[in-house]
Design a protein around this ligand. Structure first.
Ligand SMILES: NC(=O)c1ccc[n+]([C@@H]2O[C@H](COP(=O)([O-])OP(=O)(O)OC[C@H]3O[C@@H](n4cnc5c(N)ncnc54)[C@H](O)[C@@H]3O)[C@@H](O)[C@H]2O)c1
Length: 419
């Protein structure tokens, strides 16, 4: 199949960036070394729908080194790095279908191109491939042995499918590994979302009020980093425990319509729908900047903005200004799509090292165990999670203690109490 990318002549710049990221992905590199010797994925066709970034490129290299035939499309129309895509095709012989800025029709055309390769393993970020196969390409289901899913929103969709008995093959929820969401969602989204806002606006964060919707793994990471940059952080939540945690972590917590009166910059990371909507728009300050770092571009009600604006202007790439009837302006970044991947380069390699080590090892696990698994959404096996944490610590030069036999016995007993 012929790759569909922006421009193969961008490959040199892409290669340099892929190798730069690889320097900070030692766990994945160690898996690649083993895969080179053992070829655990020999002859397995993998259809991946992931953000086409330098870190993903290193995962694709690893899977191909393990013997897999890899086909890749983007999991978001704006997150593709065209030079990375070019290098994957030219330097590593990987089939890629992704162009930054592709419209929705082209996006799904590229997803379909991956499905047409009849993958035996699907590797999703947001469950678009899985849902498309279940909705309209059930003809290829018999050839699929299993899949993996990268993000919270994808796992939510898969669990809904499993609960309705709609899921037709086993999928490992990579997001649920501790070595994934503790680090990628928290530190990765925390840093890269601010990076996206800064690159697109170059606004000073210090002294500004930042509203964050969602105090889950991503929101916690974002709030801490924004606070460290001098922002006055306000959290909006719907979950009482998460709201309480935000309050005790020292942040102000309030409903979004109230927070709107204070927001200079607003980032949504909920995985939910229409989180910024009319009640918030009605109260927003003139010039407020809004953006999203949750998976889909559904967290900000953009149709409302379009319908209720008297003027719309593209100020610069990925920065749009909407003027409301009363004259207030609202600035929308990156079309409401993932601001960290659209406006910046996504998560730093050092956290993707663990997320993608999970992907590579789960693909290997699928090859070995799919026949014993049911059509369900599975957590990452604990031994995989633990082994990644151990190798990561080694690469960081951090040593830890080991339980003594006496401690092990004690921790597994119930008969020793107050002495
Ligand atoms: N930008 C990235 O690169 C990146 C990385 C990882 C995850 N994600 C995505 O970010 C989103 C959040 O992921 P997470 O792991 O933090 O999920 P999470 O489940 O840990 O947290 C989501 C939080 O949002 C809250 N929430 C839901 N609806 C809300 C609403 N209407 N108003 C306020 N709060 C609301 C929930 O109560 C929850 O506490 C998902 O869509 C996930 O796929 C993005």
């Amino acid at each position: 199949m012929k790759s569909e990318i922006k421009d193969e002549s961008l490959a040199q710049a892409g290669l340099a960036r892929i190798l730069w990221a690889d320097r900070d992905m030692p766990v994945l590199a160690s898996i690649r070394e083993r895969f080179e010797r053992e070829k655990p994925l020999k002859g397995v066709r993998i259809g991946a729908c992931l953000h086409v970034t330098t870190e993903t490129a290193n995962l694709m290299r690893t899977l191909a080194t393990g013997g897999a035939e890899v086909h890749l499309c983007a999991s978001n129309p704006l997150s593709t790095q065209d030079d990375t895509a070019a290098s994957l095709v030219k330097d590593f012989g990987i089939d890629v279908h992704a162009i930054k800025g592709e419209d929705t029709e082209t996006y799904y055309h590229h997803v379909d191109a991956i499905i047409d390769t009849k993958p035996q393993i699907t590797m999703d970020d947001g469950a678009d491939v899985v849902s498309r196969i279940h909705e309209s390409r059930t003809d290829i289901l018999s050839g699929i042995i299993g899949g993996t899913e990268e993000t919270t929103t994808g796992v939510v969709r898969l669990r809904a499918m499993a609960a309705q008995n709609a899921l037709r093959y086993p999928i490992i929820a990579v997001n649920e590994a501790k070595t994934k969401h503790f680090f990628d969602n928290r530190y990765g989204t925390g840093q890269s979302s601010l990076d996206g806002v800064i690159r697109l606006t170059n606004r000073l964060l210090a002294g500004r009020t930042m509203v964050i919707s969602g105090y889950g793994w991503c929101g916690k990471g974002l709030a801490k980093r924004a606070s460290g940059m001098g922002c006055n952080v306000i959290i909006c939540e719907v979950d009482a425990v998460a709201a309480l945690e935000a309050h005790m972590d020292g942040f102000r917590v309030m409903p979004c319509a109230e927070a709107a009166r204070e927001a200079d910059i607003w980032i949504t990371v909920t995985g939910d729908l229409n989180v910024i909507d009319e009640p918030a728009y009605n109260n927003m300050k003139d010039g407020a900047i809004i953006c999203n770092s949750g998976h889909f571009n559904s967290e900000i009600n953009i149709p409302w903005l379009r319908e209720n604006s008297v003027k719309h202007e593209q100020l610069k790439p990925m920065v749009e200004e909407f003027t409301l009837q009363d004259g207030r302006t609202i600035i929308l970044l990156a079309e409401g799509r993932l601001v960290n991947l659209s406006g910046a380069e996504g998560h730093p390699a050092n956290v993707m090292d663990m997320s993608f080590a999970n992907q590579a090892l789960c693909a290997e696990y699928m090859v070995q165990h799919a026949s014993e698994m049911k059509s369900d959404c599975y957590d990452v096996p604990e031994e995989i999670d633990d082994s990644i944490a151990r190798v990561k610590l080694q690469t960081l030069g951090v040593s830890i203690d080991t339980l003594t036999p006496e401690q092990e016995k004690y921790l597994n007993s119930w008969d020793m109490g107050t002495e």
